[in-house]
Every structure is written in structure tokens, then in C-alpha cells.
Write a protein that binds this ligand. Structure first.
Ligand SMILES: *Cc1c(COP(=O)(O)O)cnc(C)c1O
Length: 250
């Protein structure tokens, strides 16, 4: 695709997404500024990510450490050459323990903290780097076996979840900022609503039990369901296809 065409497409897509975010927020009586757009740039080449950067995107989401390792240094360099401020990189996909140190180096926030074991490793490594790493806890609110996250599809999961959060909240080097989930694929966005509502309910319960953590962030909503997520309280929406177009199928 011609460069100009690519820019125009991303520009028009972004404008549409931003409008839809603002409309959904206002429709829910919320300030659109409460919702951070995380542009999901997995499988998107650096030139198109830079185009989004030039159009004002300052938060990008990647789901794999290996892919980020290849792209992020190139992008950091290109952005530095523009004299621009660094965007925030969000890790949104499952993190294998053995890649935790690398993830800490590459990413500014991890949405996908899904085990106490991983939290312990990240805590140790963040402390070694003299850093405090912001994290969101990923909850599996649908109970689908294909999904990562702490089991949280039913009220009976509360005791184990509370224990896990107690263990994680006590760790140095990590700062819990809230929750993240991926809703099941449905035929229409409305089908995701109960899952988003359920995530928010967990957040409210955990906030009562653990007032020492912030619990401010609710990372939920993707291309097919972000407006519903915003209506249910999302503070971060992770949007890929609506900005960059369909990903190649592999
Ligand atoms: C790919 C991905 C997204 C973005 O999905 P789109 O449908 O392209 O908006 C959001 N969250 C996670 C965890 C993803 O892996």
C-alpha cells in the first residue's frame, strides 16, 4: 500500500475510534478522558505503528515479548529521532515466567499478571532493577479453558482469588493498579456486557478488601465490544483491528 494511503487509512480509523470512545463515555455519563486508548500493534509493522504515533497515540499494546523485542528498539529510535516523547508500552498477552525479566525491561505496564508465581518473579526482578512495576491482574471471568487469568467466573472463586491478591499485594516491586479481562467472542457486543459488569464487581469487592492498592484501572473492551466495556466502566480499551485493519491470519 502507498504510504499516503496507509496514513490516510490509519488517520480515518483513529478518528472514528476516538469519536466512538468519546460518545460511549458521554453516553455513560463519563468523561472521555477517563478512558485510555491502547492501540494494539501486535503483528503490525513499525511504519504503521509510527503513523499512529504521529497521529497522537501514546499507548501501544503488544501481546508477545519476542515480537516486542524485535520492534520496540526500532520504534524507540525512530521516535527519539523525531524528538518525541516515548509512548507507553503495555503487555497485554500471557507472559511466560522465563520471559518476565525481559518483559520488565520492555514494557511500562503488564495487564496480564495471571499467577502468584509470575508475580513473585516479577517482584524480585523489579526490585533488582530498582523499579516498581505497575500491573493489572487478569481475571478469567468466562471460565473458558482457552483463556488465561485467575479463575473468576463464579462467586465460589472468591476465597482463592482473595488469597492470591493478598500474596501479590504484599510483594515489593509491584504496584497493583486494577483488573483486566478478555470477554468471550460473541455474535454481538451486548453478549460481552455481563462479563464486563462482573469484572467491575470483582474490582469493587477487591477494592474493599485491599484498600492499600489503587484498583483504578479496568482494562476491558476490544474492537468488537469496546463501547459496551466503556459503558460498564472500562478505563483502558485495547483496540487493534479498528485502527490498523485486519491482522494477517496465521
Ligand atoms: C489482540 C488483542 C486485543 C485487540 O484485539 P482487536 O480485536 O484487534 O481489537 C486486545 N486484547 C488482547 C489481550 C489481545 O490479544
Amino acid at each position: 500500500m502507498l504510504e499516503r494511503e496507509m496514513l490516510e487509512t490509519i488517520s480515518a480509523n483513529l478518528e472514528g475510534v476516538r469519536k466512538r470512545i468519546a460518545r460511549a463515555a458521554r453516553g455513560a455519563g463519563r468523561d472521555p478522558d477517563e478512558v485510555t486508548l491502547v492501540a494494539v500493534s501486535k503483528m503490525v509493522e513499525p511504519a504503521r505503528i509510527l503513523a499512529a504515533y504521529d497521529l497522537g497515540v501514546r499507548a501501544f499494546g503488544e501481546n508477545r515479548v519476542e515480537e516486542a523485542e524485535g520492534k520496540l528498539p526500532l520504534l524507540a529510535q525512530a521516535i527519539a529521532q523525531r524528538g518525541g516523547t516515548a509512548p507507553a508500552w503495555h503487555l497485554i498477552g500471557h507472559l511466560q515466567s522465563r520471559k518476565s525479566a525481559r518483559a520488565l525491561e520492555l514494557f511500562d505496564i503488564i495487564h496480564s499478571l495471571d499467577s502468584v508465581h509470575l508475580a513473585q518473579r516479577l517482584s524480585r526482578q523489579a526490585a533488582e532493577l530498582g523499579r516498581v512495576a505497575p500491573v493489572l491482574l487478569e481475571l478469567n471471568v468466562s471460565g473458558e479453558e482457552t483463556k488465561y487469568g485467575f479463575p473468576a467466573s463464579a462467586a465460589e472463586h472468591e476465597a482463592t482469588l482473595v488469597q492470591a491478591v493478598a500474596d501479590i499485594a504484599a510483594l515489593p516491586g509491584l504496584e497493583v493498579r486494577g483488573l483486566m479481562t478478555v470477554a468471550p467472542l460473541g455474535e454481538d457486543a451486548e453478549q460481552a456486557r455481563p462479563y464486563f459488569r462482573w469484572l467491575r464487581a470483582w474490582r469493587d469487592r477487591l477494592a474493599q478488601r485491599f484498600p492499600g492498592c489503587s484498583w483504578e484501572q479496568l482494562s476491558m473492551g476490544m474492537t468488537d465490544d469496546f463501547e459496551v466495556a466503556i459503558a460498564e466502566g472500562a478505563t483502558m480499551v485495547r483496540i487493534g483491528r479498528a485502527i490498523f485493519g485486519a491482522r494477517p491470519t496465521v
